[in-house]
Design a protein around this ligand. Structure first.
Ligand code: FES
Length: 92
């Protein structure tokens, strides 16, 4: 099972490969915005990620193209875990 590390807290959680980051984050009991309830519309769930994830699909790519700030952004409700990863949000 992949391990996800949440920064800056350093907290970790195990999750199955293929799980959405939103599910992993919520399963770990951490706060995250998801105003559109995971329908890939609002961008509230964007997080910075390093580590293997499935490539962005067309819907996620379209949302990522709307983010002007450079960074390793992923849309947590659409991005799927593929191995050990580090996820960063300012409020953890
Ligand atoms: S919850 Fe709205 S884009 Fe992910």
């Amino acid at each position: 099972m992949p391990t996800v590390t949440f920064l800056p807290s350093g907290r970790t959680a195990e999750a199955r490969a293929g799980a959405t980051l939103l599910g992993v984050i919520r399963g770990a009991g951490l706060p995250i915005g998801y105003a559109c309830r995971g329908r890939g519309v609002c961008l509230a769930c964007r997080v910075r990620v390093t580590g293997p994830l499935a490539a962005p699909d067309v819907a996620e790519r379209a949302l990522l193209d709307r983010i002007a700030d450079p960074g390793p952004w992923r849309i947590a409700c659409l991005a799927r875990l593929a191995g050990d990863a580090t996820v960063q949000a300012d409020y953890w």
